[in-house]
Design a protein around this ligand. Structure first.
Ligand code: NAD
Ligand code: FES
Length: 283
């Protein structure tokens, strides 16, 4: 069990939780993730660690409420327990000096971008960060990203804050005008695909952090398989960080849609059950 010490609503659908998990906090490295289960009947979901404090024994997770499990998690309050909180899992990002690193975080992907940018800055790299969201109200952690970046650019698709357009627009400008030694991108699959296509044009090595469907998180079930450089890789044990130029993003996009119908049905059923319960309790 892991107790929720702090809960914060970052945007209407994105929530932050600081969780008491000293065994995870002690060993966590930037790029790693946890798998959690809200209750006995619940599914297991992977969440990339957004921050951790070994001294306090806490781990910060940030998630978007997109389905039944994330909505159930979002209903928990400070003082509640998360049934299972397993980690840290996966391989960490290489912490060393590269030179000039550009970190790109899209939407909810801004959260897992932060520990990577922080670690790379601590290794003496010059860090330029680019964060973007669809609209101003969906942006979060601008201040945290600024605190670990030499330069920070902010974009919104609709222009309600920062520069109007995708993160890739700014990235292309930076690639054209500055020497960049490494790009690290975390966000929607389509964003990471477009970033990787762009950096390939400019010959800049690129790391992406993948989050496919996962079940066990320990290399047993094969659910998280992705094709990298023509070879089958398990994201949970071989990743989640991979060379963006070598990832088969189209296959990943197709695999992510595999259980959309089942996920929609599970959410509908849960919402109906929840409504019934509220009626029976006289709400
Ligand atoms: P979103 O669709 O709102 O996009 C966020 C930003 O990404 C956009 O503002 C834009 O700047 C950029 N982007 C999106 N599509 C692009 C394109 N075609 N070309 C260039 N840039 C593009 O993102 P969201 O709704 O916050 O994210 C949800 C997705 O992110 C989910 O699919 C989730 O699985 C994924 N996610 C991934 C990770 C990870 O570790 N890789 C972590 C959290 C969330
Ligand atoms: Fe089962 Fe990776 S989640 S092998």
């Amino acid at each position: 069990m892991a107790r929720i010490l702090k809960k914060e609503v970052l945007t209407p659908q994105i929530k932050l939780m600081v969780v008491e998990a000293p065994w995870v906090a002690k060993k966590a490295k930037p790029g790693q993730f946890v798998i959690l289960r809200v209750n006995e009947e619940g599914e297991r979901i992977p969440l990339t660690i957004a921050d951790y404090d070994p001294a306090l024994g806490t781990v910060t997770i940030i998630f978007q409420e997109v389905g039944k499990t994330t909505m159930m998690l979002g209903e928990l309050e400070e003082g509640d327990d998360i049934l299972d909180f397993v980690g840290p899992l996966g391989r960490e990002i290489e912490e060393r000096y590269f030179g000039h690193v550009v970190c790109v975080g899209g939407g909810v992907g801004i959260a897992p971008t932060y520990p990577k940018a922080k670690a790379l800055k601590a290794c003496g790299n010059r860090v330029t960060s680019i964060i973007g969201a669809r609209t101003a109200s969906l942006l979060f952690w601008e201040d945290k990203m600024r605190s670990v970046s030499d330069v920070l650019y902010v974009t919104t698709d609709d222009g309600t804050y920062g520069e109007k357009g995708f993160v890739t627009h700014v990235l292309e400008r930076v690639l054209k005008s500055e020497k960049v030694d490494l790009v690290v991108a975390v966000g929607p699959v389509m964003m990471m695909k477009m970033v990787s296509l762009l950096t390939k044009e400019y010959g800049v090595p690129t790391l992406v952090s993948l989050n496919p469907i996962m079940v066990d998180g320990t290399g047993m079930c094969g659910c998280c398989r992705v094709t990298v450089d023509g070879k089958c890789r398990f994201t949970c044990v071989d990743g989640p960080v991979f060379d963006g130029w070598k990832v088969d993003f189209d296959e990943l996009l197709a695999r992510q849609r595999t259980y959309l119908e089942e996920e929609r049905r599970a959410l509908d059923l849960w919402l109906v059950e929840k409504a019934k319960e509220e009626v029976s309790h006289g709400f």
